[in-house]
Design a binder for this molecule. Structure first.
Ligand code: ARG
Length: 467
């Protein structure tokens, strides 16, 4: 094997038979996106129709060709929707699948559709249209979830439960107040969705491959036809960036994180040990071996979907992070992440809305738990400040001793006899018992945004006007 030729030959003998056609097959497999981007068929056809109308309006193609193109595209749309369309991997992606079929249907006029555009601005358009519609769906879904919480909050404006920090009993709160905390979170998620719709509301079509085009196109016309506020301003940026997809994914990740925290609470609350809620049969499952069990599977899966959605965000950030301008094929990897995250988020919001609407609130259990763990100790300290004039730090110390006394006797604060309280601080009188109940505790917290039923009702009214 001293001579190079024989070396090449023997190498070829090793893998040549397989690779004579092999590389093409592998190339086709890694290159094709039709398996997933066929999801963009409606957006692709809408975009092509708008583009053809504009080309004819500007005299770039004839009205006759435009009519053929539009009619052919409509036919393709119904073929796809009826399931009659045959997608081909050889044709790579949705754009070329549609265009090839158009050529079969209408002949040479089909070849004029791709004038003054490229697949680079075409895919940017299709994907933006898809993400915009998905954001609009997400906005609606969040509105439904917020409505479910507002109803539960109203119903339980007076229901007391323990409020937690460190998952240790902290102070009594109302269940209505707790529900309204989620309304605030999902309300902010919805604001983020609305902002994202504003950010992406620019039409990419006409950016062409990256530099724009010499044809006298009217990008304002296509923007208007497609329902965008205006055309994008820089053709290089238009085909390069996918920040609208990243924004969708980051919003989805934050919303999923909120959903996951709620899911975690539902899992905890529905345990026999907590027993704060009872999940409906519709949103739980049984065990195949333990007949007594009712498992919060839906909540657990919502909690887990967050992992997928966060993963999609990191995946696309990583795809995009080192790409030089303008388009690179790497960007084809944007779609599956967004499709998967969108599906997971839609499902998670829907499941959560159902669970929130259906779960039974065990007010007796919540109330009993609210009163245990010396949850009104802060109220006692506040009483000492207000009625006995103690500085808060001293009141805190006195209260600590009262708690220790109750603990040693194994009773609640309200069960301690007055005489014993007075041995700890002489200024304590009978009036103190009025602040030691959980109802008195929550009713007293009337500060703006506080847990008092009157305050919670104000916040519900505020949200009702905005939902
Ligand atoms: N399927 C491609 C994608 O999703 C379409 C754009 C292809 N453009 C190109 N220059 N090869 O990104």
């Amino acid at each position: 094997m001293a001579d190079g030729t024989s070396e090449t030959k023997s190498s070829n003998q090793m893998w040549g038979g397989r690779f004579a056609s092999g590389p093409d097959a592998i190339m086709e497999e890694i290159n094709a996106s039709i398996g997933f981007d066929k999801k963009l068929y409606a957006q692709d056809i809408r975009g092509s129709k708008a583009h053809a109308e504009m080309l004819a309006h500007q005299g770039i193609i004839s009205a006759d060709d435009k009519d053929k193109i539009v009619h052919g595209l409509d036919t393709i749309l119904s073929e796809i929707e009826s399931g009659a369309f045959e997608f081909s991997r050889k044709l790579e992606d949705i754009h070329m699948n549609v265009e090839a079929r158009l050529a079969t249907l209408i002949g040479p006029a089909a070849g004029r559709l791709h004038t003054a555009r490229s697949r680079n601005d075409q895919v940017a358009l299709d994907f933006r249209l898809w993400v915009k519609e998905e954001l609009q769906k997400t906005e609606k879904a969040l509105t439904g979830l917020i409505a479910a919480f507002l109803d539960r909050a109203e119903e339980h404006a007076e229901t007391v439960m323990p409020g937690f920090t460190h998952l240790q009993t902290a102070q009594p709160v109302t269940f209505g107040h707790h529900c309204m905390a989620y309304v605030e979170m999902f309300g902010r998620d919805r604001q983020r969705v609305r902002h994202a719709i504003e950010h992406l509301d620019e039409s990419p079509i006409g950016a062409a491959a990256l530099a724009g085009t010499g044809y006298p196109i009217d990008r304002h016309m296509t923007a208007k036809t497609l329902g965008f506020r205006e055309p994008t301003r820089n053709s290089i940026d238009t085909v390069s960036d996918r920040d609208f997809a990243l924004e969708f994914l980051s919003i989805a990740a934050i919303a999923a994180t909120h959903l996951s925290r709620l899911a975690e609470e539902i899992v905890i609350w529905s345990t026999p040990q907590f027993g704060f809620i009872r999940l409906s049969d519709a949103f739980s499952t049984g065990s195949s071996i333990m007949p007594q069990k009712k498992n919060p599977d839906a909540a657990e899966l919502v909690r887990a979907k967050t992992g997928r959605i966060n993963g999609s965000l990191i995946a696309l950030l990583t795809v995009m992070k080192g790409l030089p301008l303008a388009y690179s094929k790497d960007m084809q990897e944007d779609k599956e992440q967004v499709f998967d995250a969108a599906e997971s988020l839609e499902l998670a919001i829907a499941a959560m809305t159902g669970m929130v609407r259906d779960m039974a609130i065990r007010t007796d259990r919540m109330k009993a738990a609210a009163g245990s763990g010396y949850s009104t100790a802060t109220d006692l300290a506040d009483w000492l400040v207000r009625e006995a004039g103690l500085p808060f730090r001293d009141a805190h110390h006195v209260t600590g001793r009262v708690v220790a006394l109750a603990e040693s006797k194994g009773c609640d604060l309200a069960e301690l006899p007055l005489a014993e309280l007075q041995t700890i601080h002489a200024a304590i009188n009978d009036d103190v018992y009025t602040v030691l109940t959980v109802e008195a505790s929550v009713a007293s917290r009337k500060s703006y945004g506080g847990t008092a039923p009157s305050e919670v009702r104000k916040q519900i009214a505020w949200w009702r006007q905005r939902n």
